[in-house]
Design a protein around this ligand. Structure first.
Ligand SMILES: O=C(O)CCC(=O)C(=O)O
Length: 390
């Protein structure tokens, strides 16, 4: 009989080798502005110029026209061709915000938010040295708790399912568990005390990530035509409350039956801006794009950004939160460190648009969370309806 405890005898911990008001009211009048492009995605491709010469519209629309006109139907970014992975989420060089390519970089961010809900940042300003330390302490911390996973609910549930299957029963994928080992770091909870440098390293990392989240939110303010600091104010009751900032450290151990359980079931995130430092080597994170699951390609030391349900509300649906999931894998122990910059539970969330133009209700974030905890793996629309009725 195949028991899930088989994870224990799989090869040990596998290869861990592991803008503008750029909504830009381009309005009627913006003429032919041109910016050269040199994002990592198109590093070896033709020079592109952002097409803002035509009608009013979002930066993302200008970006799409530019891509179409400049790249032509046959052009594929070099590394896409090399990896042959089909669709790839946008990779954006954050350092370009500092120079001549700021407007183009803002447009890439607008496109990432409007079209994907996900994008990866490189040259984001967080030192490689710190990121290497983060990987090390999180892996060491997991090693110290690894044994516990065999006693956990996902392992027990999968064991039971496999037993039933071995007795001839037709079984279906588990719907109520995730094949992951998780702990959460907040400002006010107990943190692992081992390894000895875990706390210091993770405090330093969280401070950097909190600042990065706030910078990204200011860029969203600009791209949405909102005043600087709008989203942060919305999340903090105009500065009267503290935004929530939590870091979820996850490992997805090797799974003998990935056909019967997901690493993390499909969901959209409840909150604001999520910053994910994912494994360099072990993939598994996928997003739902135009009806297809697309892999979030592992990229060394990049930070993956995605937007949650509250950004969808504040942007009045312009930045939709995207469904994503993590597949369990047979061989490889994926590590992921997701930091969530969310509103305070007491914050009132509503679209920035005038009430008459709002497509979403106004509610207290804490009430939304009460609904979310029960309906996380379901469609978001009923959650908005439920909170509107409160
Ligand atoms: O672990 C990952 O790669 C993604 C985590 C995630 O989507 C979540 O925790 O909401």
């Amino acid at each position: 009989m195949l028991r899930v405890a088989a994870v224990a005898v799989l090869p040990p911990r596998h290869v861990r080798m592991h803008d503008l008001g750029l909504t830009m009211m381009f309005g009627c009048v913006v003429r032919a502005w041109t910016w050269c492009l040199a994002s990592p995605d198109v590093a070896s491709g033709p020079v592109m110029r952002l097409d803002v010469s035509r009608k009013p519209g979002s930066v993302a629309q200008a970006w799409r026209r530019t891509q179409k006109a400049s790249l032509g139907p046959n052009y594929r970014p070099r590394h896409v061709a090399q990896l042959d992975r089909g669709k790839m989420i946008p990779v954006i060089d954050f350092s370009k915000l500092q120079g001549d390519e700021r407007a183009l970089t803002l447009a890439q961010i607008a496109n990432g938010c409007e079209e994907w809900g996900f994008f990866q940042l490189v040259n984001h300003g967080i030192s490689e040295e710190l990121l290497e330390r983060v990987k090390k302490v999180c892996s060491e911390c997991y090693q110290l708790r690894e044994g516990r996973f065999n006693e956990s609910t996902p392992v027990r549930s999968l064991n039971e399912l496999v037993d039933r299957e071995s007795q001839g029963e037709a079984v279906k994928k588990l719907k109520d568990v995730d094949w992951e080992d998780v702990f959460v770091l907040q400002d006010d909870n107990a943190w692992p005390s081992n390894p000895h440098d875990f706390k210091e390293t993770m405090e330093e990392y969280r401070e950097e990530l909190r600042k990065l989240a706030e910078k990204v939110m200011e860029l969203m303010d600009q791209n949405l035509g909102l005043e600087k600091g709008y989203i942060k104010k919305a999340f903090t009751g105009d500065g009267q409350q503290e935004a929530f900032f939590g870091t979820k450290v996850s490992h997805y151990p090797p799974c003998p039956r990935p056909d019967l359980v997901d690493g993390l079931r499909a969901h959209t995130d409840a909150g604001g801006v999520i910053l994910l430092f994912q494994d360099d080597q072990v993939g598994g994170l996928q997003i739902l794009k135009d009806g297809e699951w697309v892999e979030v390609q592992p990229m060394k030391n990049s930070i993956v950004i995605n937007t949650g349900d509250q950004i969808e509300v504040v942007s009045n649906g312009r930045y939709k939160s995207t469904w994503h999931r993590v597949l369990a894998t047979r061989d490889g122990n994926r590590r992921s460190i997701a930091s969530f910059y969310n509103p305070s539970l007491k914050a009132t969330i509503a679209p920035a648009a005038a009430p008459a133009a709002s497509s979403y209700p106004k509610f207290m974030f804490g009430n939304y969370m009460d609904v979310y905890v029960k309906q996380k793996f379901e469609a978001k629309e009923p959650r908005f309806e439920a909170v509107a009725a409160m």
